[in-house]
Design a protein around this ligand. Structure first.
Ligand code: DX5
Ligand code: ZN
Length: 228
């Protein structure tokens, strides 16, 4: 399991997105792009045209997190405009398998996101259709919320299932991830860490990404050693 860090531009300056992407381009693995429609969540951000523009403006692969209704209809569009990964919410999709397949057919990795109140057990049988599982560690909708440690057993159960089933999915955590909370996430088995305010709220966003990676690596290595 290798640690990956995905800064979320939700906490960046939206008037300077290209510069904000450039600030982390040499140290981050992904740029996390939160797409919100004011229906699935009570907040409105950006859509496919902005994702296309960002794709043209940064060498970082884009990790699109769709917090929208009807992802069945829209998910593949985000892959078509250049996202490297498209994650959609299980709660919003009518057909999670077909939607995952539409993303992969358009050339991107497919992710399945679960809100805090959604259990992972209902989705174990479809995880083979995905490249990543996103366990939300806050209610989706806003940056800067407090991390929910109660989500860690969900991460651990998912990691155990994936290990036992021999499935290579990444497990992403998103919401309230900081230098302090990243430890418990890595120990539980997460390997992709989204951080918005911890990166873009920092004086030096690149240094913040490096610090998060360092912390996650230490604890991910410990967790792996203890699971052997
Ligand atoms: C929240 C978004 C997150 C958000 C995280 O719904 O999905 O990606 O940017 O922000 P922080 O890291 O500040 O909790
Ligand atoms: Zn997100």
């Amino acid at each position: 399991m290798s640690v990956q860090i995905a800064p979320s531009i939700l906490s960046a300056d939206f008037a300077r997105l290209a510069d904000e992407a450039a600030a982390v381009a040499t140290v981050a693995d992904w740029l996390h792009v939160d797409v919100m429609d004011n229906h699935f969540v009570p907040n409105l951000t950006l859509g496919a045209p902005v994702v296309a523009a960002l794709h043209a403006a940064t060498p970082l692969p884009l990790d699109c997190h769709l917090m929208i209704d009807d992802p069945d209809r829209w998910a593949a569009t985000y892959a078509e405009v250049g996202a490297g990964n498209v994650t959609f919410h299980a709660e919003a999709a009518a057909d999670v398998v077909q939607t995952a397949r539409s993303i992969r057919a358009a050339g991107a990795r497919a992710g399945l996101a679960l809100k805090p109140g959604t259990d992972v057990e209902s989705y174990l049988d479809v995880l083979g259709e995905f490249d990543m599982l996103l366990v939300m560690t806050v209610e989706p909708g806003f940056g800067g919320q407090e991390f929910l440690p109660a989500m860690m057993p969900k991460v651990a159960r998912a990691r155990k299932y994936l290990r036992d089933a021999g499935l290579p999915l990444w497990i992403q955590v998103d919401g309230g991830v900081t230098e302090e909370t990243i430890e418990t996430c890595a120990r539980a088995g997460a390997d992709v860490f989204v951080a918005g305010s911890a990166v873009y709220g920092a004086h030096d966003p690149a240094a913040a990404v490096s610090a998060l990676r360092h912390r996650a690596r230490v604890f991910a290595a410990e967790a792996q050693a203890s699971s052997r």
